[in-house]
Design a binder for this molecule. Structure first.
Ligand code: CTP
Length: 401
């Protein structure tokens, strides 16, 4: 699968904040992903990074001057927006934001922004008082109302020695926003299809400090969410607690218990498809305690269980049932027989059965038996990303028909 960012064209406008040095790392990261970058370095930006370092990293010239004879002979300020898919202003200073909000065009960056006919993302950075100032907040709202996307500054130590909101967002987060922008624009075969995915484990509370969980990592569900987003689907991922990186370009709803997951899943209906990948706890603790359970001499605490809602089964019989409902079957014995009977018991359309007695849960590999009412396919052992892509392919075929 080619990287979503491969060959995408981006105009980077580098404003004059101390965080401008981070744009070198940003450029490197975007270039690694195949993004083709043109760059404008403002006068302020020039105080913090050199044109040579930017130029070396983007492997192109750096534009600086509105009145450059050579560049403007080709109408540089118009061309720079026309030739690119997206304009990213990072860092965006309070001054740049104010000029954008007022439509001032007094240098190459502001003129290009005023003449732009492409989507714009800004990543502001400044002193926290400057950020909180009503003038900046007013400009921010004006820019948002005009459809400009904002990557909010982070909290923390600021270069000026103060602490507050104003740090440039992390490079990872800026790359993620750029990725999400392109993912949302995908005109793929699943464009317009609303797909809900449950993933990860659930946590069932015993008391405020203890819970019952399972070994699910969320890897398979997250990989499926990514693969479907790459096909253009509008994906909502309902995730139990995990420690892995969240997929980009999908709506994420974080939940803890099976009952929360049930409610969140139902809230996404109507949907075109539901894929239940989560390892949902079958039971919750009926007598969960509001306070930490203390040791009581030789008496052991007694945990009583009550059954959790079965999300897959409930939605399979729901009045708003998605056209395609897919479940997983985690088995440790009689994999095929158990999985086949699960297909009927749950009332779903497809089951992906796997033997979880080994390292599947938490691991990177998976071997799937793909079961439908029409028959069985044994997929070879492959990594979870490949399983996700194969499943996405089957879903594409299903909706084609
Ligand atoms: N599932 C669900 N809600 C539950 C339990 C399971 O949505 N309360 C879904 C899982 O996401 C999976 C499928 O049902 O898609 C099968 O889950 P699995 O744990 O294999 O089976 P169980 O239904 O829990 O049955 P058993 O524990 O008896 O094998």
């Amino acid at each position: 699968m080619t990287d979503i960012l491969q060959d995408k064209k981006l105009l980077l406008i580098i404003g004059g904040g101390i965080a401008a040095y981070k744009c070198l790392d940003l450029i490197r990261r975007l270039r690694e992903r195949g993004v083709i970058i043109q760059a404008i370095l403002t006068k302020g930006g020039l105080q913090f990074v050199t044109p040579l370092s930017v130029s070396s990293l983007i492997e192109d010239k750096v534009y600086q001057d509105l009145f450059s004879l050579t560049d403007e002979a080709e109408m540089g300020h118009i061309r720079l927006s026309r030739e690119n898919d997206l304009i990213l202003v990072a860092p965006a200073t309070a001054d740049l934001m104010a000029k954008m909000a007022c439509g001032i065009a007094d240098n190459l960056a502001t003129t290009t922004l005023l003449a732009a006919n492409k989507p714009i993302i800004i990543a502001p950075t400044m002193n926290s008082q400057m950020w909180a100032n009503p003038a900046t907040q007013h400009n921010l709202n004006t820019l948002k109302e005009r459809g400009i996307s904002v990557i909010n500054p982070a909290d923390g130590d600021l270069a000026c020695g103060e602490i507050g909101t104003g740090r440039l967002a992390e490079v990872d987060d800026i790359v993620a926003e750029v990725e999400a922008f392109f993912l949302n624009k995908i005109d793929g075969p699943l464009q317009g299809k609303k797909i809900t995915i449950t993933a990860g484990p659930t946590y069932e509370e015993i008391d405020p400090v203890r819970y019952i969980a399972n070994r699910s990592s969320g890897k398979q569900g997250y990989a499926i969410a990514t693969a479907l987003a790459h096909e253009g689907a509008d994906v909502t991922l309902i995730s139990g607690p995990t420690n892995i990186e969240k997929p980009r370009g999908v709506n994420i709803i974080d939940v803890k218990s099976a009952r929360d997951m049930m409610a969140a899943t139902e809230n996404t209906l109507p949907a075109d498809a539901l894929i239940c990948v989560a390892a949902v706890a079958d039971w919750h603790v009926k007598n969960a305690n509001d306070q930490k359970i203390k040791k009581q001499g030789n008496d052991l605490p007694i945990i009583e269980f009550a059954e959790n809602p079965d999300i897959l089964k409930t939605i399979s019989h729901h009045e708003n049932r998605p056209k395609l409902v897919i479940g997983f079957a985690a088995e440790t014995e009689n994999v095929l027989d158990n999985a086949k009977s699960k297909l009927n018991k749950k009332g779903c359309d497809w089951i992906l059965a796997n033997d979880v007695s080994g390292t599947v849960m938490g691991g990177d590999q998976n071997q799937i038996h793909f079961i439908t009412n029409e028959g069985l396919e044994n997929w070879p052992t492959m990594d979870k990303k490949s399983v996700a892509e194969k499943l996405a392919h089957s879903i594409k075929e299903f909706f084609k028909e």
